[in-house]
Design a protein around this ligand. Structure first.
Ligand code: DCP
Ligand code: MG
Length: 602
């Protein structure tokens, strides 16, 4: 009989009583699951703690083996053969998930029931599953406890292209040209073993609903604002460190495990279950978890600080200015809080329940370059339609283009048309310097049949960024304006060193303006840049997570090792560059098999 009651704490001098934690029902990710532990007793303090926590998160602990068991959790010292022997079975039932002891705590960390197929949960002595296999308990319930996930435009629009015409071939010399996308898909489906990158993709998907930083790029400028929050937090971590030192070895391990749960549930005396900011706090907490997994020291500190500040509020903090008024919350975090409150509300809203304001906000959010802050400002100023904005609102040049071409920019661009834009730019670029190259990136490179915009990577063998930028900004871009292809220049502030140009273009004889991004990439960085600008975003996050797990760091410039962590990082640099030029080599160094772009649709 499932025993959900807190029973079985054996007596003995060294037995620590496991404190049961009250987890709100909606966070009880294991509800409905039946766990069988191996060994199935709570004699060991660590296992006792594991069982207790699993129960806190809604699992039933089954004492006797039966077909109602959903998961068998095996101690690390035991093997698959031990399990079979104990159960008196020759094979293990396919309908039951067999995992090692890390599984429950990792699920709790990710707030979802993770796939039991991940290699890190594999019980010693078990054969590696194939990549295409799915877990008996794949994640149907996994996202139930998470925020409503926005439908990915990717999934709606992206189908691998059947065509791999000559132009595509020319741009992707290293790929399996000649094979149709279908064939390569089939190749992938057959027999590739699940690897560490599959695990990371799954992790990245688990946080897909989170509003991470726009480019999640660890760019240096993100550290500046955050550091203002650092001082008071270091005393907190010093205190934690001191506390840790006084624990004996066994307690230390138990405490570390417990810490995973308690830090998620961290409450201080002033917090309570009815805090009006609970939802925001939960999302920020998940972002904090994500950033601590990627060793993002500065953001971790800032998020921790913001969470504890929000916990002390008795009123709902919904806008940027309300958030900014709270000590400990800087501008970026204030924006993030406003975004979480609004977008979460918008996403959850049934169309039928949406107020006219919600519809207007959604409309304004579609204006190119307008984030939640700008959109809600327009709403607060009383504008109700695009016509209002056009006629009455003081708009920047970029916003005006966004409003005037609202319809154009909301249309998907057929693959052929993406190619045509690429060809026009390539012709102009090669007229300026025949050795310069134009590679179509983004969803096009992943084989999409249509794209949201045109992403063009501009590079040249042996060239430095200054050369490419100068050629582009002084010669090519003005030329493309003169010939009537480029229509407008949009904000080009996203990268400090000016390696990106955003604008709008139109084919000769065409009607629609399209969004076009030109990315200037020096030869030394082309491999890392191609990974980044090919995406998709989940794939990029998973590659970064993987790098971080291996003590390295990946960004759009390269893969770095000897990365310095901790408060000094900003001063001491990003580490030693190991590879930036060769896309395949980056996969190799990370220890995962090469994924052609078509296989990066996560
Ligand atoms: N990118 C990312 N994270 C983001 C935004 C972008 O890693 N938050 C990377 C991956 C994307 C690439 O930049 O593939 C280009 O960005 P786009 O927004 O143009 O996205 P896609 O080209 O993938 O899709 P779309 O067809 O909508 O343009
Ligand atoms: Mg794109």
């Amino acid at each position: 009989m499932p025993a959900n009651a807190k029973t079985g704490v054996a007596s003995g001098k060294r037995k620590r009583k496991c404190q049961s934690v009250v987890i709100p029902e909606q966070q009880q990710i294991f509800r409905g699951l039946v766990f069988f532990f191996f060994p199935n007793n709570d004699v060991s303090p660590l296992r006792r703690l594991r069982i207790q926590r699993a129960q806190d998160y809604g699992a039933s602990w089954e004492r006797t083996w039966g077909n109602n068991v959903t998961h068998v959790i095996v101690d690390k010292g035991l093997t698959f053969q031990d399990v079979l022997k104990h159960l008196g079975q020759e094979t293990f039932p396919a309908s039951i998930a067999l995992v090692n002891e890390s599984y429950p705590s990792e699920c709790v960390k990710f707030r979802s029931v993770l796939s039991a197929m991940q290699s890190r949960f594999r019980v010693n002595g078990m054969a590696a599953p194939k990549a295409k296999e799915t877990s008996p308990v794949d994640e149907p319930s996994s996202t139930a406890s998470l925020a409503v996930k926005p439908a990915r435009k990717e999934q709606r629009h992206q189908t691998p292209s059947e065509s791999s015409g000559s132009q595509h071939a020319e741009e992707l010399p290293e790929q399996e040209i000649g094979k149709s996308a279908k064939e390569t898909e089939a190749a992938r489906e057959t027999g590739r073993e699940r690897d560490a990158l599959d695990d990371m993709i799954e992790e990245a998907k688990a946080v897909n609903h989170l509003p991470l930083e726009p480019f999640d790029s660890h760019d240096e400028d993100t550290t500046a604002e955050v550091s203002e929050n650092e001082a008071s937090d270091t005393s907190e971590s010093r205190h934690a460190e001191k506390k840790r030192r006084v624990l004996d070895k066994e307690d230390k391990a138990a405490d570390a495990w417990q810490q995973k749960f308690t830090c998620m549930q961290k409450h201080d005396s002033k917090s309570n279950a009815d805090n009006p900011n609970n939802r925001t706090i939960a999302v920020l907490q998940q972002m904090l978890d994500y950033y601590s997994r990627t060793d993002d020291h500065w953001r971790t500190i800032a998020y921790r600080k913001a969470i504890s500040a929000l916990r002390r509020q008795s009123k709902k903090i919904a806008t940027r200015s309300q958030a900014l008024a709270i000590p400990g919350i800087g501008q970026r975090l204030a924006d993030k809080i406003e975004e979480i409150v609004f977008t979460n509300r918008l996403r959850r809203l049934e169309n039928a329940n949406a107020t006219p304001e919600d519809h207007i906000l959604q409309l304004f959010l579609g204006v190119y370059g307008a984030g939640i802050t700008q959109a809600s400002r327009w709403l607060a100023q009383g504008y109700k339609s695009l016509e209002d904005l056009r006629a009455k609102a003081p708009l920047s040049q970029q916003q005006r283009v966004g409003v005037d071409h609202y319809y154009d920019f909301s249309q998907r661009i057929p693959r052929r048309e993406v190619e045509a834009h690429g060809t026009i730019v390539r012709t102009a670029v090669q007229k300026a310097d025949p050795e310069m190259q134009v590679i179509i990136g983004g969803s096009y490179r992943r084989g999409a049949s249509d794209s949201g915009d045109v992403d063009l990577v501009i590079t040249k063998p042996g060239a430095k960024i200054e050369y490419i930028r100068t050629m582009m900004i002084e010669t090519v871009v003005p030329g493309l304006f003169r010939q009537g292809f480029l229509q407008a220049s949009l904000a080009n502030t996203s990268l400090r060193d000016g390696s990106k140009w955003h604008g709008a273009s139109k084919l000769p004889g065409g009607r629609l303006w399209r969004r076009i991004d030109l990315l200037f990439v020096p030869d030394a960085e082309i491999g890392a840049a191609l990974i980044y600008f090919t995406g998709n975003d989940i794939f990029n996050r998973s590659m970064r997570l993987l790098a971080s797990k291996k003590g390295m760091r990946l960004n759009q410039r390269g893969l770095y090792t000897d990365v310095l962590r901790g408060p000094q990082r900003a001063n001491l640099g990003a580490g030693r560059l190991v590879e930036g030029h060769d896309e395949r080599r980056i996969f190799e160094i990370l220890g995962v098999p090469w994924r052609p772009p078509e296989h990066r649709i996560c």
